[in-house]
Design a protein around this ligand. Structure first.
Ligand SMILES: Cc1cc2nc3c(=O)[nH]c(=O)nc-3n(C[C@H](O)[C@H](O)[C@H](O)COP(=O)(O)OP(=O)(O)OC[C@H]3O[C@@H](n4cnc5c(N)ncnc54)[C@H](O)[C@@H]3O)c2cc1C
Length: 499
């Protein structure tokens, strides 16, 4: 065990000799890194780069908690993983339909917008074609610098530390990372202080809702569910609740005065064209901000117009029937949340489910009229969006080397985190560059082209003379923390099972 001072911090350090396992490791295997994997697969023998992707889910999954039956894509199928860069690619949505034997019927449906379930099947189909490069069921917990043995200040590579379901720690060293973690659920105040098993984020909707409704049900009352939010997911969950359960009263609760339609008109839609990324990137920070806010209503806190019509019709038919179990509550600002748990008489056959009533009270300010009121619910679904900064936590151990650049620097046009001269590995960010590259960055619109940009940048890196000098793997471990266990390298290679 050695000691090393980094940026004045005295840290415990463990060092050992290491080689590079991969030219590229992709962290997260959603559509972003899938598009990159496909692009690398199509490069064929031209680039013999060793790469792998690490995904926490046990199999491929694209927003599985929101794969609602009737929901359609909000983007044309032509913006699939490849078509915008190579319409002849075998990974296209059209080739998927052809291989599945549904191409004529799809044409007869006359829609550019497949269901999300079908698009999920397409993505899983493409993922299966490159599965030898994917390690499922591993969660990456951190990324560590690997230093040069001869030039101790030089970072030669990065070590990706992950954990599998069996609790094993795995380590892989790479010359480049492509980080595509997607969004992490955003839980705003006052919900973020509340610990309730009956409050879930919309990303877990399908995986939890049946259980929560069963747990809340009783013969004497209907189940009251609140959906918080005014965007597409909130609207989809609300409609799904009204259709899925006859005994549920659903309330869609939002701060805004009305559900607003997403602007998907043709001229506005040009901001999602690949060449708009250049237009956006060339602007000053102020102009970028202005453009993003000007076009925000293409994606945030807005709903497909057709779905708004469905909701309006639900409410109207309730008026016709003079029975209104479902509500849309506007100008409703939730100021506080309280949980009441009451012990109940236990029914012998339902002991573990019904031994507690669990009531969630929302204290709401009507921001239009200025009065306050309270509403009680059995279940709350938070369709409150996502944040896109999960990479900062993973890369935290690099902050001693990268400094403020980690959080503050503008990502380069080819999606790289700017790094100092002595930092040789490259880190590409996908889905975290909305500020610099535009609103399409978190969506599927530019997947194919972005994958091409990143692959071209990687190919340029891989064409440079390699500097495979000996390296020292240095694990920075805060004194109070336990060192990360290092597994046997031979065992690691077996575990990887990646060519
Ligand atoms: C319900 C819903 C519907 C949408 N529909 C559309 C649409 O129709 N059109 C559109 O353009 N956009 C849509 N979007 C936007 C969405 O962001 C993109 O569709 C797309 O998912 C972005 O792909 P990604 O790979 O960047 O992120 P994700 O799809 O979120 O994938 C990230 C992956 O990283 C994995 N991961 C995260 N952390 C770790 C870790 N530490 N270790 C290992 N793996 C990790 C996750 O498990 C996940 O599989 C939708 C979003 C939602 C929530």
């Amino acid at each position: 065990m050695q000691k090393r001072i980094v940026n004045g911090v005295d840290e415990g350090v463990k060092a050992m000799q290491r080689g590079i396992d991969f030219d590229l490791i992709g962290i997260g295997f959603g559509p972003s890194n899938l598009a990159l994997g496909v692009r690398l697969a199509e490069a064929g023998g031209a680039v013999a780069a060793k790469h792998c992707f690490i995904e926490q889910q046990p199999t491929f999954g694209w927003h599985k908690g929101m794969l609602l039956e009737s929901c359609r894509m909000q983007i044309s199928f032509l913006k699939d993983l490849v078509t915008m860069r190579d319409p002849t690619s075998r990974f296209s949505f059209i080739n998927y339909l052809f291989e599945r034997g549904r191409l004529p019927e799809f044409i007869n449906v006359k829609s550019f917008y497949p269901t999300r379930q079908e698009f999920h099947d397409y993505l899983a189909w493409a993922a299966s074609k490159i599965e030898s490069h994917v390690q499922y069921g591993e969660t990456v917990s951190t990324v560590l610098p690997v230093f040069s043995k001869d030039l101790p200040q030089q970072v030669m590579a990065l070590e990706v530390v992950s954990h599998d379901a069996a609790g094993r720690t795995l380590r892989r060293v790479a010359r480049a990372l492509s980080i595509g973690l997607g969004g992490i659920k955003h839980i705003p105040s006052p919900f973020n202080d509340i610990d309730s098993p009956r409050m879930v984020h919309s990303s877990q909707y399908l995986t939890c809702i049946d259980r929560l409704i069963i747990e809340s049900a009783s013969p004497s009352k209907r189940v009251r569910v609140a959906v918080i939010g005014s965007g597409q997911s909130a609207a989809e969950v609300f409609v799904d609740l009204t259709r899925r359960y006859a005994h549920v009263d659903a309330s869609l609760i939002m701060r805004s005065p009305a559900l607003k339609p997403a602007d998907d008109s043709a001229f506005v839609n040009e901001i999602f064209d690949p060449n708009f990324t250049d237009v956006m990137y060339q602007q000053s920070p102020e102009k970028r901000k202005w453009l993003t806010s000007r076009f925000r209503d293409t994606n945030y806190a807005v709903v497909d117009k057709a779905l708004i019509d469905v909701i309006y019709n639900i409410l109207y038919q309730q008026k016709v029937a003079a029975y209104s179990p479902h509500r849309v509550m506007t100008n409703a600002h939730v100021e506080a949340v309280t949980i009441d748990r009451e012990e109940q008489t236990v029914q012998p056959d339902r002991q573990d489910r019904q031994n507690q009533s669990h009531r969630i009270t929302l204290k709401i300010l009507d921001s239009l009229h200025g009065h306050r009121y309270a509403e009680c619910f059995d279940v709350v679904v938070l369709a409150t969006g996502y944040s896109r900064d999960a990479h900062l936590k993973l890369l935290q151990p690099l902050s001693a080397v990268l400094g403020d650049d980690l959080a503050d620097a503008v990502v380069t046009r080819d999606y790289r985190l700017p790094t100092p001269k002595d930092f040789l590995p490259r880190i590409y960010l996908q889905g975290a560059c909305e500020e610099s590259h535009g609103l399409s960055d978190t969506l599927l619109s530019v997947l194919a082209i972005r994958a091409d940009d990143i692959a071209a940048s990687l190919e340029e890196m891989w064409s440079l003379p390699r500097c495979d000098e000996e390296m020292t793997e240095v694990l920075f471990v805060a004194r109070s923390q336990r060192p990360l266990p290092i597994i046997n390298r031979n065992a690691l290679n077996v575990a990887n099972q990646v060519p």
